[in-house]
Write a protein that binds this ligand. Sequence first.
Ligand SMILES: Nc1ncnc2c1ncn2[C@@H]1O[C@H](COP(=O)(O)OP(=O)(O)O)[C@@H](O)[C@H]1O
Ligand SMILES: N[C@@H](CC(=O)OP(=O)(O)O)C(=O)O
Length: 800
Amino acid sequence: MKVLKFGGKSLSNGEPIERAVNIIKEEARTGAIAVIVSARGQSTNLLLDLYARAVQGKNFEKELENFMDLQYMQGLDADLNAYQQEVGAVLHALQLIGIDSERARDRVLAYGEVISARTVASLLRREGLEAVFVDARDLLYARATANETVVDFPRSKSSTLAFFNSLQAHQIPVITGFIASDPTGRTITLGRNGSNYTATLIASFIRASEVQNWTDVDGVYTASPKYVKGAQRIPHLSYREANELANFGANVLHAKTILPLVESGIPLKICSSLAPGRQGTLIDENGSGKGIKAVTTVEDVSLVSIEGRGLLGKVGIDARIFSALSSRNVSVRLISQASSERGIGFVINKEDAAAAEHALTTEFKDELEHGSISHIRIDSDMAIIAIVGRHNYSLEKAIYGLRRNKVWMHLISNSINGEQISLVIDNKSLKKAVNVVHNQVFGAIKSLNLFAFGKGTVGGRLLDQIIETGDEVVKRRNLKINIVGVADSVRMIFNEDGLGRNWKQELAESDQESSLADIIFRLGESGLENIVIADNTSSQELAEQYPVLVNSGFDIVASNKKANSISYEFYQNLRNNLKRKGKLFYYETNVGAGLPLIDTIKHLHNSSDRIERIRGVFSGSLSYIFNNYSIQDKDFSAVLTEAKNLGLTEPDPREDLSGLDVARKLIILAREVGLKPELEDVSVQSLVPECVSDSKDYAELYSRKEEVDAYFEQIKRGLTEEEVLRYVGDLEVKENRLTVSLVKVSRNSPLGNIKNADSIFEIYTESYGAQPIIIQGAGAGSEVTARGVYSDLLRIGGQY
Ligand SMILES: Nc1ncnc2c1ncn2[C@@H]1O[C@H](COP(=O)(O)OP(=O)(O)O)[C@@H](O)[C@H]1O
Ligand SMILES: N[C@@H](CC(=O)OP(=O)(O)O)C(=O)O
């Protein structure tokens, strides 16, 4: 005989319960079956609420009505209305006496399973099956001890066997999960999620051929799928492994589920009632033999820490702690003791926190008064993450990932057999932490969560490139980049699951005002791991906030040059801050767009080769302008307009013409080689002619283009056949001299030879002598710049 258990989620109204009936019908075709059911949907929680209202003397009639509405199904041959009267009468009595007792609560909760089993039996009969309702209180017997419900195996086994022996062929028992009778005949429950235990108990008594646990996931996963999107189904587990997972919070299994199966060797299959055909998880004595591989979570626990000199080497402290706790029925989940014995920390269930505090402060009253125990502290709102299974370096990897993501561990406990590591963290960081640990330990696909500032030519192109190439990056680099938000100067949008192709439209239609403070707050609250900020704006205001972003735990990529070219003090503080927080800031596109310049310079500077001079055409836009203007018979303003239309210039081309942009780049390079220049240290020849320098914006400058054209025409006339104009940045390291000027160079020199919007950088080093290293190529344009930012992003992702 097979035992099929259906969880509450698989019996909710609508499609779930219809699917469950179909699954039972199909299985009944293959041979004898018994069905165990939980209360449907959220019924147990609703009944708990009703119970609480009643004992507090509150009205419950409306809530009971709502509860019954959820239980109602059309065309049942079982009369559920009678239960409304019955539950109502029990609750009414409780309302009158107002005494909170476990047995009274269990009696109320039992209605969830009873109504569910009646309903399922009735639906099966409607389908022509011979289903019979069975109340498990007639089969299973248990008693309450201080901490748990203990099943009376011999008595339960004999009554279960007697019942099954009395069954006719083709009869399908539909049995209530979760409930049993106590020695005095009152209702007792097996603990939350206890229907799984009912199923495996009954299966072991009747020596079933297998147990099928039909739930809303298609198996046991390497982490709770509720939190970790990339969790993987585990196809095969041994009893021992499954038991460890159940004990450490894998909800899909009740802690005691496995035990009854072990002795009789009955396999347990976890199957998805949402996708019945799909392979689930098989749990049997063999397992896959490769060690366990899961990261589980236990929410809502409290951490107790006791510290003080008085603990040092004193015998019997632990015994006093644990006997004080056990006198108040508080059980301890995890313990960690400092090797100096000056402190002990342990984890208890959150609902026991008050009892534990009372027990401990009473027990150690004298020590607290004398100060030999400095404090007994209880931190609630904690959670445990457990790495279950032997795994090389898993602790190191987990710690590395958690530190990077600013998740602090309050306690680390390693099991003696080395097969289980538990980390205690704040509950609020749970989602982030479990993703980080899971990805670190399994080397699974890592997530990088990107918030992008700027939707202009570079910013917009970057987002499109990420979306277009996302699948490829997952395949090749095991990295999933989620664009979780975009902001421009006016609006912003968020989507924790990742924005798609129509992000631009969503942003345009957004009614959320762009606010950096809100963004930082929301990203912090989101529980997302590995957050990177992309700054593709030219905003100094945003750049000035980088330290705040770093302190919030984010890495940064930027095409925005401001952070590296405002005051040296800011530059240095930002570096210190990044170092202290272990955060990354990549800005390869600040100079030379997508060219591998900054990295090369960093590399040379860090090697023993001294950089003596960097000279070149730093600006792609001015390169384009002078490459063309020098050899074409066109007005300067016409070439400038061409460059602007091609998206090569800064949004306000005066920034290019003023030489400020090149000066900034020069400063950035100078700082890379260890100099400390400020912007005013750069000698800049502006390309805005003196005669129009008073124009207040680009429109005005453009309206006076004749004057501009005449100015450049005069310079051009001074060129020989052999010469062309180039706007050159020059960094002479030893002299600490930074110059930006328009110079004549030979057409045949490397500088004279460049085309289009190419940039060129000649790097003179001590060992290369007069022969510079030349880096040359497209130095402007949204496509290459966006690609450069993208590769910075991938470099950061590579370090997660
Ligand atoms: N490691 C895990 N693998 C699979 N599911 C898990 C795991 N950890 C937690 N869960 C959660 O367990 C839930 C199923 O268990 P449960 O709530 O008891 O369902 P049911 O109502 O079917 O009894 C899933 O919805 C899933 O979110
Ligand atoms: N209905 C009970 C018992 C149970 O096992 O439920 P489920 O199978 O839905 O986890 C509870 O909610 O605790």
